[in-house]
Design a protein around this ligand. Structure first.
Ligand code: ZN
Ligand code: ZN
Length: 259
């Protein structure tokens, strides 16, 4: 496609934990570095510190894509905007924040007690509300193609995102919506694997493996939102035996090259 950025991009795992963080894992969030720009997916912890500790420039952040409004995915937003304000960033060009109506409502409400949108010289935020049922194509930085798709998660208006050839499930169960988002052109799949077994809100290893077996073009399956102990990791990986893709349990600080 004309104008689409095909250069290598880097995935930085800021957090790979479930809603119950551990010594190894903060709540889930990610950065994608491409063509000198940064995109963030979800917002937990202390995002500006996380960006800077990787030697990256918080002023290069162009878009934040929020998957849904559960606390473990959005509570870092006041910290992000407050830190950008302290650094004097985004006074002219806004930071685009994407999510469904429900998610953006929660995100705005999180900023309100601190007056972070009203302060003098506050960072400018361009709220981009996506349709919860048919979100479709969204603006991406540096010509990177970004699309959103609805996922099923605990009664929320939740989205997954496709960035280039990588799909991020967000929090989701494995159903037809997720299956259709991971089509034969997807190369890498960053997927919620909260536990070895799925539950009403999250996919489990066996469900994900079944999906992966139907998608032989997938090269890389990156398990995240991890809520199980290290002692269960081999049992989780065993579920993927016979899958063609390389399967990996993500951990905070991972840095992977994506196509
Ligand atoms: Zn979560
Ligand atoms: Zn959730």
């Amino acid at each position: 496609m004309a104008g689409v950025n095909n250069e290598l991009r880097t995935l930085h795992v800021l957090g790979s934990g479930s809603a119950k963080p551990s010594a190894l894992r903060a709540n889930s969030s990610y950065l994608v570095e491409t063509g000198g720009s940064l995109l963030a997916i979800d917002c937990s912890g202390s995002p500006v510190h996380e960006i800077m500790s990787r030697g990256l420039d918080p002023g290069a952040l162009r878009h934040l894509y929020l998957t849904h409004g559960h606390a473990d995915h959005v509570y870092g937003l006041p910290s992000l905007i407050h830190s950008l304000w302290m650094l004097g960033l985004f006074r002219q060009e806004p930071l685009a924040v994407h999510g469904t109506r429900e998610t953006i409502g929660i995100a705005k409400a999180l900023l309100a007690p601190f007056g972070l949108e009203e302060r003098r010289n506050a960072p400018r935020i361009d709220w981009r509300q996506a349709d919860a049922d048919r979100p479709g194509e969204l603006e991406g930085a540096a010509g990177l193609r970004v699309t959103a798709f609805p996922v099923t998660h605990a009664g929320t208006e939740a989205l997954g995102y496709r960035v280039g050839d990588t799909v991020f499930s967000g929090d989701a169960i494995c159903d037809d919506r997720l299956m259709s988002a991971v089509d034969d052109s997807v190369r890498a799949f960053v997927v919620d694997c909260t536990g070895p077994a799925g539950n009403a809100g999250h996919a489990g290893a066996a469900d994900i493996a079944e999906l992966v077996r139907k998608r032989p073009a997938l090269e890389s399956v990156l398990l995240t939102h991890i809520g199980f102990p290290a002692s269960e990791e081999s049992a989780v990986l065993d579920a993927f035996q016979g899958c063609g893709a390389e399967v990996r349990v993500l951990v905070d600080g991972d840095r992977l090259e994506l196509r």
